[in-house]
Design a protein around this ligand. Sequence first.
Ligand code: SF4
Ligand code: NI
Ligand code: CU1
Length: 738
Amino acid sequence: MTETGGVIAKEWQDSFEELFDGAIDESNPPVKLFEHAYEGAVIATSYAEILLNQAIRRYGAEQEVKYPDTGYYLPVIRALSGEAVTKLGDLPPILNRMRSQVREELNFYNARLCGEATAYAAEIIEAINYLDPEKEHVPPWTGFLGDPVVRRYGILLVDWTIPGQAVITGKAKSTEALAKIIQDLQAKGFMIFMAYEVVDQAIDAGLKLGIDFIAFPLGNFTQVIHAVNYALRAGIAFGGIPPGERENTRDYQRRRVRAFVLHFGERDEVQIAAHFAAIFLGFPVITDQELPEDEQIPNWYVSNPNYDDIVQVAMEIRGIKLKIVDIPIPITVGPAFEGEVIRKGDMHVEFGGPKNIGFELVEMVDENEVEDGRIDVIGPEIDEMEEGSSMPIGLVVKIFGRKMQEDFEAVLERRIHYFVNYGEGLFHMAQRDTVWMRVSKDAVAKGFKARDFGELMIAKFKDDFPSIVDRVQVTVITDKDKVEEEKARAQQFYESRDERLRGLTDESVEEFYSCILCQSFAPNHCCVVTPERLGLCGAVSWLDGKASYEIDPNGPCRPIKKEGLIDEEKGIWEAVNEYVYTNTNRSIEECSLYSFMDRPMTSCGCFECIMAIVPEANGVMITTREYGGDTPCGMSFSTLAGSVGGGVQTPGFMGHGRGYVLSRKFIKADGGLARLIWIPTELKESIKDELIERAKEDGLGEDFIDKVADETVGVTAEEILPFLEEKGHPALGMDPLV
Ligand code: SF4
Ligand code: NI
Ligand code: CU1
């Protein structure tokens, strides 16, 4: 196994542990709490041992153990002590080490060690459960959450759109009381993990649960460990913390993962031991149980029987402050509702989309062309629309701002998608003159009106862009003729923007923009965003970077002057190198913008795509977050992500945005588009027309796209090679990549 195991087993004591100094009133220590934690850890580790022995007898020590969709083995063990567990036989020495750190002497330090041992025990029990199809994790329980789920929320975690994680366990005093708490957390945008009876209560209450609502009903008993499994992967994936660095891992969790535990109802010993696992990682526990002073630990183990302020108290203890935006509309607005899908049967009305016309436009105007806060509705209101009907829509947002620029119109316009989607009971898709929106029956029953789109825009634009947005006026149009008329006007805007974008090349600008937003999660990662290479998350274009800098010069994006050209082909500039070096904690000395083979850009964890070299085919393949399957480089997206993430340079592998595939600067130094030998059909379909155009432009011919293999051709190098040869793929005749 790994060498780290022995090192870690030694007594450790360093700066992270200082966090707990002085937490205990030594004249009256919470001995009973420690005792429960000790007993709980003994029960948990003994139970794990019994199950492990049974499993080894039944399946053999060579039996493979793993969770689905992860490149991090058993993440608790991987993150904390570094072992890459792959088979049952790897587990006994690990479990024994944990058992030996469960000590009878009752103090806070030992209680935390009991917590850690309990986390390992739960991890082992869960891993064994995954061997048994009978215990297969069945809906509504999610069980283990795969890496795609961890990464899906990368950006939202990073920019604190998701303000924290609430782990809710036990059984609340009533379904209604729990519903109130969960709805409160959802409205605040929290990520929620649930285990034990609260899951059933939440389902009974008809709450919106699941991946799209970032509320995960994990399951029962040891399944609560999957919340920890989620959090710990963030440290490796985004933080670049090497597996096994226990103190750095805990430090990262404490600083970056703003989690807390809410425990409702009776607690048994094992649960209390598990609470100490949370504390071990730096997360406080708040329970609704009435506890005497000497069964609590200030700031760490707190009794708060009052349901009305328990969320508030938890947030205060964990140091979470919210940006409060009060929007005067009758529905809740928050990121928890972003992924909400409104089915036909649940919708009151739909706007635009495939069946009707629609458009949205943000337009910069002069001071005297806007009346701040004014909302006009031209055409019928929602309550005059027939249930299930399809209507035209036009949203015109006029913005005046002293620092507003025409270039920002498109940046702000794209925000409309998020603003609308954050509304509970609202759905928004696409953009410009292809928009498609739905409003649910529930939202209409609560009194949602077309006019409220205006309220939403005004509040959000002012709140999110205070320094460039001074005045906002919105016109919501539902009258068909007026929509037609204004849409024609909007199309002129779109056309001139596209014209401008076409002229926007890396050569035509004076500066690039950095983005270090992800450093709150990945401290050594820095994106360099150019007109022809967007951020790897796909969410930050050069214009976005520019707007972001204008909005907040101290924010994540800064201009980097394009000075000191070192290598034009590879895209290396002295100024870029310097910037990257000083902004990656001096870990990345040089970085080339147009090569993935030589000093490529680093990857944090929220990449939309990953490219990887396929030496056999002398080319490069790309896989996407959407496509979970195997690929010709021998690794799935999840596994690849495990090795390229965390802010390191990995020649031959690189995370990038979907848009980069169509860029003229696409791995230019390595041969460009001609190297592309495999992409999943999902990506192929979504960029088909543009890809054909780009290939033609590079002289690769109209049928280049047909020479690029996909999963229908094969998912190994051997499978696709005959295809590439038969089609005469250009990569096969190019200079060797390695
Ligand atoms: Fe993170 Fe890069 Fe996207 Fe910025 S551009 S948010 S650093 S991935
Ligand atoms: Ni929504
Ligand atoms: Cu990122």
